[in-house]
Structures are given as structure tokens and as C-alpha cells.
Ligand binder design. Structure first.
Ligand code: SAH
Length: 343
């Protein structure tokens, strides 16, 4: 297969052009076209035709195609299902908040983490996305929707720390002032807790927000819901979080999906408050999105209120995530599943 040109940094492109016997500035010119979403070498009109032919022979260039696009009538949330170069599909969601437009991107086709409540993991992992494919989710949903993207959350299909190198390169590309120039402080990376990668991430000292999908305060419940907890455990996760915070100075955010009768009792709230205090983190409660193939149900509003009251009485900083796009299957992996089932 030909090389993936969109995954290259500007510096790498300059070097590549030199090895192709071209002048270095051509690399910058090509990078500028690519950053603007141009995905056909013939549209790079400031390059000589001979260079365009050379590029076509060396590199592949592909624009993701829209397989499905759904716009929520309730809140304007837009959901895209993109077709990738090999026929696989991933989802991207644009959500509108007061502080700007947030895009939620996928980083893998499917997922191997096996969380019991999640739709993305049902068919397992097919493959990881290239940096270029994650970048194109942001770039092409911005171009198609006409909505300027100011924030990114890596909370779509897949586990970012299971595609570490490609996600790091994606962050570098999307953060580049010569590219989309989205600041690290406007990016959240969500993980099910692959603790063995936390130190490596901390070493990079990125100013992004690390979101940890906790979903339970005790090993028994968490290991049932999240296979990633087995063999690691919550204490190891908290240790890794403490080290991450110490190194980067960035507060961690814990995601907690409220599941009826599973993790939403007063006892869970008390244990959660203890856990969180030791890390100084913030808790983001999410009412579970019901997934057709899964037996779990969201907690009742009454149980959620009681849960929040306990957390707040213990001084925990807690927010509840607003549900957006529920009429467009906007949660993890649901659109991809439905489309596959229909094909
Ligand atoms: N693999 C990463 C990121 C993808 S999922 C992670 O595990 O964090 C993004 C968030 O949505 C995670 O917190 C995940 O646990 C949560 N999630 C998955 N399925 C859900 C559902 N049915 N309802 C509510 N949240 C869900």
C-alpha cells in the first residue's frame, strides 16, 4: 500500500520532499493544502503537474465519504457515519454548546475493551484508525457542517490508549498552528483505564483533559462492567491517576454512567466520594444510554438526585452531562451497529 501522506507532520513532509529530489518548501505547500481538506493532488494548483504525478505514485489520498448524516431536531446535534478507504465505517458527532462546537471522534473501528454497557465493543476490534483518519473526522465534519470546531473529545468508538501512537500523532496534527490549531486545553481524552499507558502520556505533559471512565467505585462492580478492570484494579487506577496529576498538574475527570440498580445506590455514592477525594478529581455523571443489545437501564431521576446529594454533601465536585442527540443515536457505536445490521 502507498504511504499515508495526511498522517505526516509538516517537518516530515519537508524531509520526504527532499528525498524525492524536490525543494523543501514544496512540503509546506502540500501540508497547507492537506490542512485545508484538499484530498486530490490535482487540486494542488501551485504544484507543477510532474510533481503531482510523482505524489500520486508515492502516496495515497482519500476523503472520507458520508454514509449517513443525521441532524437532531431537538438540539442540532449532527451525527456522521463515515466510510473509510477500506469500506469500514466510524461515527463522529458534533454537539453545540454555549461555549462552542464540540466534536466527538472515534479512534478505532470497533473496540476490544468489552465494556458491558457499550455498543462499540459488540463486534470486537476491527482495526485502529490512522492519525489521518481521526484528523479527517474533525476536518470533514467541520467542512460539511460549516460549524467551526473549537473542542474535541476522544469519546467516540474505540480506546485511545489502545491506539496510542496514532492518537498522539493526531493530537500533534490537530494542535498544529499551521493546521487546525485546536489548543490542547480544548481536547479531552477518555480512557477505560489502561494504566500502563498513563505514565507515558504524563511524560508528554500535554495540557489536555484526561477523562477516566470509572463507572463503579469498587472492584467487584467495576470488573463486572469493565473487563479492563480485571487484573488492574481500582487502587492501581487511582495510583496512576495521582501520578498523572502530580506530573501534569491537570485535574482528572471521572466519567460515571448511572445504571439502574448496578452502580447507583447510596453505598456506591459513599465509596465513590472516598475514591475521588484521594485523587482530587471531578465527577461527570451520565445517565446511561440504553443500548438495544444490552440489558442495562439508566438510573431513575430520583436515584440520580439522591446520588448527587451524597456526593455533594461530601464535597465532591460533580456535574451531570446533558443528553444531546438522543433522537439521532448519538451515543457510542449505535449508528455503526444499526447500519451494519441493515447492510
Ligand atoms: N474507550 C474510551 C472512550 C470511548 S467511550 C473510554 O472507555 O473512556 C466514551 C464514554 O462513553 C466512556 O465513558 C464510556 O464508558 C461511555 N459509554 C459507553 N457506552 C455508554 C452508554 N451506553 N451510556 C453511557 N455512557 C456510555
Amino acid at each position: 500500500m502507498k504511504k499515508d501522506i495526511v498522517s505526516l507532520s509538516c517537518e516530515e513532509l519537508e524531509k520526504e520532499l527532499l528525498t524525492l529530489g524536490q525543494e523543501k518548501y514544496r512540503g509546506r505547500q502540500i501540508y497547507a493544502w492537506l490542512s485545508r481538506g484538499v484530498r486530490d493532488f490535482d487540486d494542488m494548483t501551485n504544484l507543477p503537474a510532474s510533481l503531482r504525478d510523482l505524489l500520486k505514485a508515492e502516496y495515497r489520498l482519500y476523503a472520507p465519504k458520508i454514509l449517513r448524516k443525521q441532524v437532531s431536531r431537538e438540539d442540532g446535534t449532527i451525527k456522521y457515519l463515515w466510510e473509510l478507504y477500506d469500506g469500514n465505517a466510524v461515527e463522529t458527532v458534533i454537539m453545540q454548546y454555549k461555549h462552542g462546537n464540540t466534536v466527538c471522534v472515534s479512534c478505532q473501528v470497533g473496540c476490544r475493551q468489552g465494556c458491558a454497557f457499550c455498543a462499540s465493543t459488540i463486534g470486537g476490534l476491527v482495526r485502529s484508525l490512522e492519525p489521518s483518519e481521526i484528523l479527517d473526522e474533525v476536518l470533514f465534519s467541520q467542512m460539511d457542517s460549516g460549524k467551526k470546531i473549537s473542542n474535541i473529545v476522544l469519546m467516540g468508538i474505540g480506546e485511545p490508549l489502545d491506539n496510542f501512537e496514532n492518537v498522539m500523532r493526531f493530537l500533534e496534527l490537530v494542535n498544529d498552528p499551521a493546521g487546525m490549531n485546536i489548543g490542547m486545553r480544548h481536547i479531552s481524552l477518555s480512557t477505560c483505564g489502561l494504566t500502563e499507558r498513563f505514565d507515558e502520556l504524563a511524560e508528554k505533559n500535554l495540557q489536555l483533559t484526561l477523562s477516566v471512565s470509572l463507572h463503579a467505585p469498587d472492584d467487584e462492580t467495576r470488573s463486572k462492567l469493565m473487563p479492563a478492570n480485571r487484573g488492574r484494579g481500582i487502587e492501581q487506577l487511582m495510583e496512576a491517576c495521582r501520578r498523572y496529576y502530580k506530573k501534569t498538574g491537570r485535574r482528572i475527570s471521572f466519567e460515571y454512567a448511572m445504571i439502574d440498580g448496578v452502580n447507583d445506590t447510596a453505598r456506591h455514592a459513599e465509596m465513590l466520594a472516598e475514591r475521588v477525594k484521594s485523587v482530587g478529581a471531578h465527577v461527570n455523571l451520565i445517565p446511561l444510554n440504553h443500548v438495544e443489545e444490552r440489558q442495562f437501564r439508566p438510573s431513575t431521576p430520583g436515584h440520580m438526585k439522591a446520588f448527587i446529594r451524597i456526593l455533594e454533601s461530601k464535597g465532591v465536585n460533580v456535574t451531570v452531562r446533558r443528553r444531546l442527540g438522543s433522537d439521532v443515536d448519538a451515543s457510542c457505536g449505535q449508528l455503526r451497529r444499526k447500519t451494519e445490521a441493515n447492510m
